[in-house]
Ligand binder design. Sequence first.
Ligand SMILES: [Zn+2]
Length: 201
Amino acid sequence: MDLASPSDNNPTFSSPIITANNTTTNNTTPPRSTNTSISSPSSTPSRYENQKRRDWNTFCQYLRNHRPPLTLPMCSGAHVLEFLRYLDQFGKTKVHNQTCPFFGLPNPPAPCPCPLRQAWGSLDALIGRLRAAYEEHGGRPEGNPFGARAVRIYLREVRDFQAKARGVSYEKKRKRPKPKGTAPTPASLSTPASDLSGSGQ
Ligand SMILES: [Zn+2]
């Protein structure tokens, strides 16, 4: 995985955030779900399921490495936000500071020292997967930290800022002006926050 690849004009869900095992400080322990024999295509889980499992493993590893240590039941939306900010160091998306002359330019003419971050679309899809995984692992929906209000607000802020900083629009105004109900976003199957763009502003 070339984490520094600049070919990231596309903030969609095609680029998995957490594919490399070295995304955490402890890369000596591979995920225990690593298959040694992937020979039978009939029993291969979908790409979404694979990604969801990798994301979940990464999050659990993050909890284990956390100081002070965290367990899943202790996890709140604030910890999820910490996790998302932690992931930013592995991001590939240039997000210009407001002071950068290229702020708002989709195709800057020159390099600049602004940081690389996780693209909003990647974070949004990631949260959707982790939210589903949390409940699949026995978590109660009403206590799901990935569905916390603070997380929704954070994602909305990231989306708005990245849209401005990168000069792109994340609004879904291709056909329907008002995305009500479930948006047809394939990679965020269980994202219930599809009405984020339509509320509160
Ligand atoms: Zn910049």
